[in-house]
Design a protein. Structure first.
Length: 611
């Protein structure tokens, strides 16, 4: 039991004994309990503060008298509390050394302190992330998506859930045909092998090439239509529809839907190039999936599910043959599900994917990691899935996140101005290598060790910089700021971990004896603060799970690292002459390292044994 839980229980018993009041009851707004325990503010003496105002009416005394009574009761009846002081209606409680040392010992004995394990009865949470298109490589926006999805999966597992990580690949549609057509026209049989390019990069180049030639055609046609008397805006709109390239792309899409063998063979060959490229990127990024779905396999399921809903009167068919969902009773508008020609839209495909997933897994909660530009889409999807009978439909979670921008502005796929994920990761690793060399952190290491540590530090810098930001906010990613060995950065936390591991290695060679640890050792305020901060890890993990917030874990790791460095600045570990104090400090250091490692792992970040 944590110190907070222990004191909360004791305080509840005190209020019950003194005033006959159940302090575990919720307040009138049903959101907070009467018993409010918080960390004592730094300007006052104490570790935890009990707010006594909710008990004043039952006590029939002033806030100060009520606090005094509860404090006296707790000191007499709870061994963990050594003393107290009262500041108006606030009871500041000081926890005794023995209780802190017992807590440290309990943390030390649990390799997975603060985290829960799933069992047979645990709910199954499915998390969808990545969702790439097979017409281009992964870019910076995908990096944020993948890192958030992976971290969220680790956090949900650490909260005792069974988790299935899933991906839906957008492998069909007009955008895929654009790349295919451009390769046929301008590719001269180029392959990943002949070009030396990753398959996803190669196909992305042809997507950009299509747009380049298409814009040239539109520009030329627009000039012709304007010359024939059309207004400029009308001329451009007509040119966009009549350009030969876009017409050919649409013809290819029709052939694909008709299972034309040549088109399908080309589609399969080019997609396989892309998948090989994706796999390489995912591996470098440190993310993976338990199950991958493909839109080419789900869209027909979606159409069938919509037709089923139509037959049950859940949807309606308009005169032109299109199928719609009327959502006006839910305060929304009407939503198109099938076009008049019978083709599906994204919503239909998501319904089909949901159907396949529900058949594959007994899902209790579904979380979609998708950018905030799709907020309305998932609001509608939730209603439709609930209407179609999916038990988790109504409560599906759209983990909505903001866009990532660079100092020089937004990215555009068609114009080839995106920040490629592979290039970005390579840049981060190279920058980590250069920075570490300049700071002399690579002395006495082999080149192989340097490269491996640079990879860990560079990727840690990238992941931490992205994940420390509240996912709901748009963010500006600055590679230079992320690789800093000071401040709220991944390398700062990694360096602290490596420093602790170095201390522990030296302690082992000095044959430090952990059996010297005793519950009667004295503790400084900094040591108590460090134990208290460590004890908060479980609460941080639980809150991150409730809020779907990797940033909560990132910020906890930073705060713990700061508290350790403040302690380490003031107190020696290896040179402490008192062997009992030294044993306590070694146990402190060992468990700070453990929690940093486990916390950073929830973010998908590795920590190096030396730096």
């Amino acid at each position: 039991m944590s110190i907070e839980a222990l004191i909360s229980k004791a305080a509840g018993e005190a209020v019950k004994a003194l005033y006959g009041m159940d302090a575990t009851e919720k307040t009138t707004d049903s959101t907070s309990r009467l018993l409010q325990l918080q960390k004592t503010r730094s300007e006052f003496e104490g570790n935890l503060t009990l707010v006594v105002f909710p008990f004043v009416k039952a006590a029939k005394k002033s806030p100060e008298q009520t606090a005094q009574e509860i404090g006296e009761y707790l000191v007499q009846n709870c061994d963990a509390i050594s003393k107290f002081n009262v500041v108006k209606g606030f009871l500041n409680l000081s926890i005794g050394n023995g209780a802190w040392l017992q807590l440290l010992q309990a943390i030390d004995q649990d390799d997975h302190f603060g985290m829960k394990s799933a069992d047979e009865g645990s709910p199954l949470v499915m998390i969808e992330y990545s969702s790439p298109n097979t017409n281009k490589p992964l870019h910076l926006g995908h990096v944020r998506n993948n890192l958030l999805g992976w971290s969220l999966a680790q956090i949900m597992e650490a909260n005792g859930n069974k988790v299935v990580k899933t991906n839906i690949v957008n492998d069909r549609g007009i955008h895929i045909c654009k790349s295919m057509l451009a390769w046929l026209k301008y590719g001269n049989g180029e392959t990943p092998e002949s070009s030396g390019k990753k398959g996803d990069h190669l196909i992305g180049d042809y997507y950009v090439a299509f747009d380049k030639h298409y814009r040239e055609e539109v520009k030329e046609l627009t000039a012709q239509y304007v010359a024939s008397g059309l207004a400029a805006d009308q001329a451009e709109e007509k040119a966009k529809q009549e350009a030969p390239l876009i017409k050919e792309a649409h013809e290819m899409l029709v052939k694909w839907e008709q299972n034309d063998p040549e088109v399908r063979a080309l589609w399969e060959k080019m997609n396989n190039w892309v998948y090989a490229g994706f796999d390489e990127t995912y591996k470098k990024m440190g993310v993976s999936f338990d199950k991958i779905y493909y839109e080419s396999q789900t869209y027909l399921k979606g159409k069938a599910k919509v037709e089923e809903g139509l037959a049950k009167g859940l949807f309606e068919r308009h005169e032109d043959g299109s199928v719609w969902a009327d959502l006006t009773n839910e305060g929304l508008d009407q939503k198109l599900l099938l076009r008049s020609d019978g083709t599906s839209v994204y919503m239909t495909q998501d319904i089909g994917t949901a159907e396949m997933r529900f058949q594959d897994y007994p899902i209790d909660k579904m979380i979609y990691v998708v950018g905030n530009e799709q907020n309305y889409h998932f609001q509608v999807l939730s209603i439709l899935l609930d209407r179609l009978g999916f038990k988790w439909g109504k409560e599906l979670v759209h983990f909505s996140y903001g866009m990532v921008e660079l100092p020089n502005g937004k990215m555009k796929s068609r114009e080839g101005t995106v920040v490629d994920a592979d290039d970005l990761m390579a840049l981060m690793v190279e920058d980590a290598y250069k920075t570490s060399m300049e700071l002399g952190k690579f002395d006495d290491m082999t080149e192989e060790e340097r490269r491996e540590i640079a990879r860990i530090v560079g990727m840690g810098a990238l992941k931490y910089f992205i994940l420390k930001v509240d996912a709901r906010k748009n963010m500006l990613f600055n590679p230079e700021e992320s690789i800093d060995f000071n401040g709220n950065t991944g390398p700062f936390i990694q360096y602290t971990y490596a420093r602790i591991r170095s201390i522990l290695r030296k302690a082992e060679t000095a044959e430090a004896n952990s059996s010297l640890f005793t519950l009667h050792s004295s503790l400084s305020e900094k040591e108590i603060e460090l134990i208290q901060k460590m004890s908060e890890f479980g609460a941080a993990v639980e809150q991150a799970g409730k809020d779907y917030s990797p940033s909560g874990i990132a910020n906890y790791c930073y705060e713990l690292t700061k508290v350790f460095n403040q302690f380490y600045h003031d107190y020696s570990i290896l040179n402490e002459p008192d062997e009992q104090k030294k044993a306590v400090r070694l146990m402190l250091a060992k468990n700070v390292a453990k929690i940093i490692k486990n916390g950073m792992a929830l973010l998908g970040i590795e920590v190096p044994e030396r730096m």
